[in-house]
Design a protein around this ligand. Structure first.
Ligand SMILES: O=C(O)C(=O)C[C@]1(C(=O)O)C=C[C@@H](O)C=C1
Length: 87
């Protein structure tokens, strides 16, 4: 494969990633609404640690665990912002 083939692959993967990240956001928003009803805090550090542990276990590489966790920290940060925005 040449560069343009790999770029096309990336373009296709990005469409999938965008779809999945938005599905994750829908779930986070639903949780946010339930938390609001139950008067629970948006930030749940123990749950976030579980997510990070599960992500680390699922990591097939080539990303290092620390690199993947960096991405996930950003994702969860955005999810928290979404939950607070919708409150
Ligand atoms: O599981 C929750 O309680 C969520 O709100 C979802 C989520 C996540 O995006 O994974 C977001 C914020 C919390 O701090 C923990 C986890």
């Amino acid at each position: 494969m040449d560069i343009s083939d790999w770029r096309q692959k990336i373009d296709e993967l990005d469409v999938e990633i965008v779809r999945l990240i938005n599905k994750r956001a829908e779930a986070a928003r639903a949780i946010g609404e339930l938390k609001k009803t139950a008067d629970l805090p948006v930030y749940e550090p123990r749950r976030e640690q579980e997510v990070f542990d599960r992500v680390r276990k699922a990591n097939p590489g080539p990303l290092a665990d620390a690199e993947l966790l960096h991405v996930y920290e950003r994702i969860i940060d955005v999810m928290r912002t979404l939950q607070r925005r919708d409150l």
